[in-house]
Design a protein around this ligand. Structure first.
Ligand code: FAD
Length: 499
């Protein structure tokens, strides 16, 4: 795997790392890779917060469970999150109410409250040190037309019996046109949390890192999983790969969109601790990080991936003094703002589509999937069922997503020869292959195939993080062409015959 860190100076002369603040806590090669054929009752694919939470719930069921992770535990979306544990999720209750009804939005609210309670009790019961802090949540707006969304969220929360406080200022003094505050919410370090869970479960479950699943077949009711060219036989599979690209019939690209956000961590010397999110355009999201050093995280400019063009420019508003880390992250937005968690086909489970709220929803995923596997009831299984019925409002979104996909594919093709950002990037054709070349400061060339192996979109160079990013479904590749984020499962290395 590639731990490729890039450093440059900030305005105060300190180094800025092009990685997330949580990546400091990733453990390299903590678990061995799979080297020989094996079998299991349950195979979990993916070792982010979803896979590890699911393994935690299954650890004492008496089943033989193995978890396969293609890189290091936590190294993808989970290590680039903002790590808020909250039910005040950016107007999501209003969005769900608008698609279904108030009862459904209240059910979602209760699922999140239960997930918070569950997450906190796991941390307490297992004595997990993950810098958990209580932090009130704020949702605010400085846009007149968007204040009604916040008021609607307030009304749903009040109906649920939640205490909601109206505010015109954040605790750091920032004046806002209108906002609400809720209590009983938290922040934590998600990588310290899943590292601790991995240690707890390793006595019950075999965890393999650097083990990439490339194929799933089904023969006589048994799954045959190919990883690192080795076969594993299992009766049950849980796909926790974030984007579930093995499941073609599920047609994920037309069921969701992707949202990319840009995040910075600044050294902070205040004693503030709150989390906040706005619904303005561009939006912002704030939280504070406790640990050996204190940071303030600021996220801005969340955008539908299809419309993110010049990636570098999105980082610019974040570049101010005291900046220590700079990174981006992408999450999956479902057509009805409810995650897909549950059984997709016999003994094949998925957990994905958290609409940027994965800390709570991954805990729910672990509990729902383990309950179903163990033939127990779970009150939220129907709400999140991956094959839940569409209604007219969700059906109307299909053409939108299909055209969104077409748009990003065609746009990527039309613009593929454009030299997007800088002189040190060249898109060219070598022996009939579209190739992207990055020239480093000493003139060294890094060539990759400029075609995403997932669905063939042309890639955009991300000059800040020095990666090739797919504008269609968010796969990312490092300068050598190694895939560092799915849905692509393959690399884009280019071997030039002349080199
Ligand atoms: C900008 C941003 C901010 C966010 N902030 C918050 C927040 O404050 N609070 C909150 O609740 N949520 C937040 N989220 C959402 C949350 O971070 C994600 O929903 C969550 O981390 C997803 O976890 P996961 O385990 O499903 O996916 P991942 O962490 O991506 O894990 C999937 C794992 O599967 C592995 N994998 C993939 N393919 C294979 C394969 N072929 N074989 C083996 N392994 C494979 C990957 O390497 C990876 O480790 C945020 C998201 C974004 C984008």
């Amino acid at each position: 795997m590639s731990f490729f860190y890039i450093f440059t100076h900030n305005n105060t002369g300190d180094y800025v790392k092009r990685q997330s603040v949580w990546e400091e806590y990733l453990k390299k090669n903590n678990f061995s890779e799979l080297t020989e054929e094996t079998n299991a009752d349950i195979v979990i694919i993916g070792g982010g917060i979803t896979g590890i939470s699911t393994a935690y719930y299954l650890r004492k069921t008496g089943k033989k469970v193995i978890l396969l992770e293609k890189n290091a535990i936590g190294s993808e979306t989970t290590s680039r999150t903002t790590g808020k544990i909250t039910f005040l999720q950016d107007g999501i209750l209003t969005k769900i109410k608008n698609i279904y009804d108030e009862a459904t939005s209240l059910e979602y609210y209760h699922s999140q409250k239960d997930a918070i309670k569950e997450l906190i009790s796991i941390i307490d019961d297992e004595h997990i040190d993950c810098d958990l802090c209580s932090a009130d949540s704020y949702f605010f707006s400085n846009t007149k037309s968007k204040i009604k969304e916040i008021k609607s969220e307030r009304d749903i929360l009040k109906k649920a019996g939640e205490q909601v406080f109206e505010i015109d200022r954040l605790p750091d003094g920032l004046k806002v046109s209108y906002g609400i505050r809720c209590i009983g919410t938290y922040v934590f370090n998600p990588i310290k949390y899943i590292n601790a869970l991995s240690e707890l479960i390793k006595n019950y479950i075999n965890i393999y890192e650097n083990t990439k699943v490339t194929k799933i077949d089904k023969v006589n009711n048994q799954y045959i999983i190919t990883a690192n060219n080795i076969e594993i036989k299992a009766s049950t599979i849980v796909v926790c790969t974030h984007y579930p690209y093995f499941l073609l019939p599920f047609m994920m690209p037309i069921k969701c969109s992707l949202e990319k956000s840009f995040i910075a961590a600044y050294q902070d010397h205040s004693d503030l601790n709150f989390s906040a999110i706005s619904n303005d355009k561009p939006n912002i999201s704030i939280r504070y990080v406790e640990g050996t050093k204190r940071f303030k995280l600021l996220l801005t400019n969340s955008q539908n991936l299809a419309f993110v063009n010049a990636i570098d420019k999105n980082f610019n508003p974040l570049k101010t003094d005291n900046i220590s880390y700079l990174w981006s992250n992408t999450d999956i937005i479902t057509k009805d703002y409810l995650p897909y968690i549950g059984e997709l086909s016999p003994s094949l489970y998925i957990a994905t589509g958290y609409n940027t709220w994965g800390m709570t929803n991954s805990t729910l995923a672990g509990s729902i999937i383990s309950n179903i596997i163990m033939n127990k009831n779970n009150q939220y299984a129907d709400l999140f069922h991956p094959k839940r019925r569409s209604n007219i409002k969700t059906l109307l979104k299909y053409p939108l997503y299909i055209s969104g996909n077409m748009y990003s594919y065609l746009y990527s093709k039309i613009n593929k020869n454009k030299n997007w950002y800088q002189e040190n990037v060249l898109i060219t054709n070598i022996n009939g292959v579209s190739v992207g070349i990055y020239f480093d400061e000493s003139g060294r060339q890094f060539k990759v195939k400029n075609k995403c192996p997932h669905l063939g979109c042309s890639l955009i160079f991300n000059g800040e993080e020095k990666t090739w990013d797919c504008p269609c479904h968010a796969s990312r590749f490092d300068l050598k062409g190694n895939c560092i984020s799915g849905p692509s499962n393959y690399n884009i290395s280019f071997q030039d015959e002349n080199n």
